[in-house]
Design a protein. Structure first.
Length: 460
């Protein structure tokens, strides 16, 4: 997961954006809903106090001595229970405090501000209540028979705070669960939304590994234009490669015809000029063969999706070399490659490289040549051994350059190993020379390889 969430990844951007928006939305919703509920509870709290104040005002009466009394008890039974949290009291302005009070106050007195509200108007304020509590109060003053009376109703603010706190706890728990669910949904959405890109990457890997030559599979409508364009590019590349090969072949054919005419003309004379012409014609033929092979390989090396099984190519080369060198009685043996072992490249390029190596080995061998192949997905290694005189270590690097020959008495152009080296490098591989266990030279050709799915691994 950490690799997929690397800096600059599309998955990371989508997740961070979505999760940030979810978090901000959850916080805003929690704050907004909590604030609305708190305002509702506060309004209900003060509305209830106002209702009790109206009842107290309506039930206020006086006896024959002018002392205040209630014509009937107020409706809320909490006013009869000591320290229940709901209280009322009636004071005579300028007279003794708490002339009349609810039973719930017991022997306590509500401390009211000294400012007297205007007659009939309702005032709200907070103050200390019984047993060290804080109460919210509503009060009004009324004038009766020449006296001014102050009516107060109060309630413990915990009756307002505790429901808000319980609601806030439940709210944040619910929002937390909602946020977790939304975060999980965002993860699933990003994973499912980007899954086609993962399938596209796998399909591209199959093209790169040479399993297929075009992108295959079902992709969403938003991705299909990219797939179609990529397949179109692959098709155009294949067409360009084919045209390049055709043109290279046509050029080679066009050059070989006048070269053959020159060679035939020179063969009819036995003088210095004729020999010079014959030598230059032969040199031109070598150069044409060399550059033709290199141009064809350069085009094929850039074409994805091309694979060549090793077994048929090795067996075909051995049969051809056995016929070409039949007069020398050579024993050419091939160790069968592992099933499914492939070369990631064109068959004719592999034949060109292996053919030159096996042909060189047959020219120098005393009587034995061995060819073997090993490797796997990371690459293949082909070895060609002979029991000939070998090549001195100091000359091995030079042998890979064009036109360099170990012995002029042995037929050849000196281009074989150079062609192998150039072709191998075009495919990202290499060729090197070493001592052979047979006593001669070992040519080691390293090339990009693959294994057919389901095939056992090749021996390392």
């Amino acid at each position: 997961m950490s690799g997929s969430l690397a800096r600059g990844s599309l998955r990371l951007r989508l997740l961070l954006g979505t999760l940030t928006w979810i978090a901000l939305t959850i916080v805003a919703a929690g704050w907004g809903l909590g604030s609305l509920f708190r305002q509702h509870v506060e309004a209900q709290f003060h509305a209830e106090l106002g209702t009790h104040l109206d009842q107290l005002t309506a039930q206020l009466a006086f006896d024959g001595q002018g002392r205040p009394m209630l014509a009937a008890p107020l409706s809320d039974p909490r006013l009869e229970r000591p320290f229940s949290g709901l209280y009322w009291q009636v004071d005579r302005v300028g007279g003794p405090a708490a002339t009349l009070r609810s039973r719930s106050l017991w022997d306590e007195v509500l401390a009211v501000p000294p400012e007297l509200p205007a007659d009939g108007q309702v005032h709200r304020h907070r103050g200390p209540g019984p047993q060290g509590t804080t109460v919210g109060m509503v009060e009004r003053s009324v004038a009766v028979d020449g006296g001014v009376w102050r009516l107060v109703v109060a309630a413990d603010e915990r009756l307002m705070v505790e429901p808000v706190e319980r609601f806030a706890g439940a709210l944040w728990l619910a929002l937390g669960l909602l946020g977790a669910g939304l975060a999980l949904a965002a993860l699933l959405q990003v994973w499912l939304g980007l899954a086609p890109l993962q399938r596209l990457r796998v399909a591209l890997g199959r093209v790169r590994e040479g399993e297929v030559q075009r992108l295959e599979g079902s992709f969403p409508a938003e991705v299909m234009p990219l797939v179609d364009e990529f397949n179109s590019v692959l098709g155009q590349n294949a067409a360009v490669v084919e045209r390049a090969r055709t043109q290279a072949g046509n050029l080679a054919h066009a050059l070989k015809t006048p070269l053959s005419v020159l060679a035939n003309a020179a063969a009819g004379h036995d003088d210095a000029f004729a020999r010079q012409v014959a030598d230059q014609v032969e040199l031109a033929r070598r150069q044409v063969d060399y550059h033709l092979a290199r141009a064809q390989a350069a085009a094929a090396a850039r074409l994805p999706g091309v694979r060549t099984p090793l077994g048929p190519v090795l067996n075909g080369l051995v049969r051809a070399m056995t016929r070409i060198h039949a007069g020398r009685g050579l024993a050419i043996r091939v160790q069968p490659p592992a099933p499914g072992l492939l070369f990631r490249g064109e068959e004719q390029d592999l034949q060109e490289m292996l053919g030159n190596l096996v042909d060189n080995a047959c020219k120098w061998a005393a009587g034995r040549v061995e060819v073997a192949a090993s490797g796997g997905q990371d690459g293949i290694e082909l070895t060609v051994d002979d029991d000939g005189p070998g090549i001195a270590p100091a000359l091995r690097e030079a042998m890979l350059r064009r036109g360099v020959r170990a012995d002029e008495r042995v037929p050849g152009s000196g281009l074989g190993l150079a062609i192998v080296d150039d072709l191998a490098q075009l495919y990202g591989g290499s060729v090197r020379l070493a001592d052979s266990p047979l006593g001669g030279t070992r040519a080691i050709l390293a090339l990009p390889g693959a294994v057919t799915p389901g095939s056992p691994p090749a021996p390392a």
